[in-house]
Design a protein around this ligand. Structure first.
Ligand SMILES: [Zn+2]
Length: 286
């Protein structure tokens, strides 16, 4: 094996067609570039993660024919996250932010995705307080140059995309950005394959990984998403329609794969397709 990639669903619901497309890209990339596959259950959001969804992720992937070489679950990594936080704190790179959601919205500009570009208010004030606060990482004012294996070159400065961002939220939960960066480093991930909807997180993740001491970022590939007939992303209702529901309705894995390939524009019809053929087809698009 020449590297390692990961499939990293959150157990906040059942897998749907969007997850299946993502899994196809991950397994195709593994085939093309000789990578081992790590299944990471991203249950860092303990409020929304459900045990029944964790079991269902494994069962649904196995039913579809996917196999993986290693596995981890983020809720068992809290010691690892504490350690990384401490290292950043010792470097003076973390500060508490007491801003409420309302204040964040009112006092900061937003980027094109509607996210707050934090202007650093709490980094200029020293405040000792027991009030609820998040922890933010101080990022550098620095352009990140990165290459997407499908979309080409990017030049982005996270300072102007999002500013200093939270690594732990106000109720003490680790954030997606921090958990992902820590795990991608600790698990030795060399290739990150995921949907275009997360593309704008890449520069800030590379910036954070640099601060954590990873010299070389992973390689990235952001695949196109399944869109409806009008070109819009899957709606909540379509997402709610799960692989599990199809299974229970008697749909075969081959029928489901054919349908997803068709919806993603990778196959001219929704004809049933086996997993091996689907992966070969996607390899041609990598
Ligand atoms: Zn603040």
């Amino acid at each position: 094996m020449k590297g390692k990639t990961r499939f990293a669903p959150s157990p906040t619901g059942y897998l749907h067609e969007g997850h299946l497309l993502s899994a196809l890209y991950v397994w195709a990339a593994a085939r093309k570039w000789d990578l081992s596959i790590h299944l990471r259950i991203e249950d860092h959001d303990q409020e929304r993660a459900k045990p029944e969804h964790i079991a269902a992720i494994r069962e649904d992937l196995q039913w579809l024919g996917f196999a993986w070489q290693s596995e981890s679950i983020q809720s068992s990594h809290f010691d690892r996250f504490e350690k990384k936080l401490k290292e950043l704190q010792e470097k003076g790179l973390v500060y508490p932010c007491y801003c409420s959601r309302k204040e964040l919205d009112a006092e900061n500009p937003k980027n094109e995705y509607g996210e707050v570009i934090y202007q650093g208010k709490c980094s200029f004030e020293t405040k000792e307080s027991s009030l609820p606060h998040s922890l933010r990482v101080k990022i550098l004012d620095k352009v990140i140059y990165w290459n997407d294996l499908r979309l080409g070159d990017f030049e982005e400065n996270p300072k102007f995309q999002c500013g200093d961002f939270p690594i732990r939220d106000r109720i003490g939960q680790w954030t997606y950005q921090f958990a992902v960066c820590t795990d991608d480093i600790e698990e030795g991930i060399t290739h990150v394959i995921r949907g275009e909807d997360i593309r704008n997180s890449t520069a800030r993740q590379i910036a954070l990984m640099e601060l954590m001491g990873r010299p070389e970022p992973p390689k990235y590939l952001h695949h196109a998403l399944i869109v409806d007939a009008s070109g819009k992303k899957l709606s909540k209702r379509e997402k709610a329609h799960s692989i599990r529901q199809d299974r229970e309705a008697g749909v075969s894995p081959q029928e489901l794969l054919g349908r997803v390939l068709f919806k993603a524009g990778l196959q001219a019809s929704a004809a049933p397709t086996d997993l091996n053929t689907a992966l070969d087809l996607i390899c041609q698009h990598l």
